[in-house]
Design a protein around this ligand. Structure first.
Ligand SMILES: Nc1ncnc2c1ncn2[C@@H]1O[C@H](COP(=O)(O)OP(=O)(O)OP(=O)(O)O)[C@@H](O)[C@H]1O
Ligand SMILES: [Mg+2]
Length: 357
């Protein structure tokens, strides 16, 4: 087990900075997910943690010791890649045994460790098959077993589920969570699938254009996004521009389309001439009449409806310009809006989050 931290880790290729001063703490036994759009630097950062890519600046620490210059094979980290990267000529059992063999682990211990991990990852009965005789999900289980069998201090996983179909992916998500719990290993997991990140992680680190923009628990990042990018990246959200914001103690007031809106705001907003309100759809309500009890209400027109099974997605426009999205339960909604209809969209003032960037 290890406590890992990085300080000012940057990476440049030629003149281009692809990672900029990444500082992060990875606690013992934590499930950390690196989440961000394509090209944001997730794989590069994982490769630097693994020791396969050298940072241009900054340091890495393991239990307080500087490991920046330590070769990959001395870090005792396991790695699972997006492709399965198994040895095609070896059986599942031989693939899993490989890291123990190169580490010179005695024969008896190797045999028992391999059998134990085969059971743990759910590959009983498949040990003698070659990778070509296994399904994608089974091959990824072999890759997981191979990365875990030697008891790594840290397991690095780069989009390990992305090549799998949805069912297999969901099944393996559950398995990954169980493996994490049962082995107590620290996991650093890369994905650009936000629901995967929310479902699996103790902590999420959001990357954008080579920068670490926010780190926190899934709940914190979902409820308290620092920036508009984070708010829009994780889960669906509605953003309403707030014109002429005026602070009144811990409340910020402004308008949109002539309608007065308010939200809690504790930090000083002096100097801001415009900002946004971000509201999660689950805090919003639609009604035919203007709700009496709600400060924040917008008159909207239903532009489009899409039936999604359990819910119906609505595309709404406000003041003829702003597009908002909203889901209502398909069967239990108080009323089912119709296309073209003008309705009211409202939310409690304390559910709006003020964003300045
Ligand atoms: N060896 C390299 N030489 C030059 N540029 C590189 C190299 N490796 C990565 N990059 C660039 O660094 C940036 C970050 O790449 P990286 O692979 O870390 O992104 P990512 O977040 O993992 O993206 P994806 O979600 O698509 O896997 C990209 O713009 C990429 O083109
Ligand atoms: Mg990548």
């Amino acid at each position: 087990m290890a406590q890992i931290s990085t300080n000012g880790v940057s990476k440049r290729y030629g003149g281009i900075t692809v990672l900029s001063e990444i500082g992060i703490e990875i606690n013992d036994g934590e499930f950390l997910t690196l989440l961000g759009p394509s090209g944001s630097g997730k794989t590069t950062f994982l490769m630097i943690l693994a020791g396969f890519v050298e940072p241009s600046a900054g340091q890495l620490f393991k239990n307080g010791s500087d490991i920046t210059q330590l070769p990959a094979e001395q870090r005792n980290f396991g790695m699972v890649f997006q492709g399965y990267a198994l040895f095609p000529h070896l059986t599942a059992r031989q693939n899993i045994d490989y890291p123990l063999r190169i580490r010179g682990v005695p024969q008896d211990k190797r045999r028992s460790d391999v059998e134990r991990i085969i059971g743990t990852v759910g590959l009983d009965g498949h040990g003698d098959k070659k990778p070509s005789q296994l399904s994608g999900g089974q091959q990824q289980r072999v890759a997981l077993a191979r990365a875990l069998v030697f008891g790594p201090d840290l397991l690095l996983l780069d989009e390990p589920l992305s090549a799998l179909d949805r069912n297999m992916r969901e099944q393996l998500q559950v398995e990954l969570k169980r493996l994490h719990r049962e082995t107590g290993t620290t996991f650093v997991f890369v994905t650009h699938d936000q629901s995967e990140a929310l479902a699996l992680s103790d902590k999420i680190a959001i990357f954008d254009q080579g920068k670490l923009v926010q780190t926190g628990t899934p709940e914190t990042i979902y409820r308290e996004p620092n920036t508009r990018f984070v708010a829009e990246f994780l889960g669906s959200i509605n953003i309403v521009p707030l014109q002429g914001p005026v602070q009144d103690g811990s409340v910020l007031r402004g308008t949109f389309g002539g309608q007065l809106l308010a939200a809690p705001q504790s930090s000083d907003m002096n100097g801001y001439t415009s900002c946004c309100l971000a509201i999660r759809p689950e805090h919003m309500r639609v009604s035919r009449d203007r709700p009496q009890d709600s400060t924040n209400a917008l008159k909207v027109q239903v532009r489009d409806l899409t039936y999604q099974g359990a819910t119906t997605d609505l595309v709404l426009s406000a003041a003829d310009e702003l597009i908002l999205t909203f889901s209502v339960p398909s069967t239990t909604a108080e009323f089912q809006p119709r296309a073209g209809e003008k309705i009211w969209l409202s939310w409690p003032a304390d559910k709006g989050k003020v964003l300045t960037v």
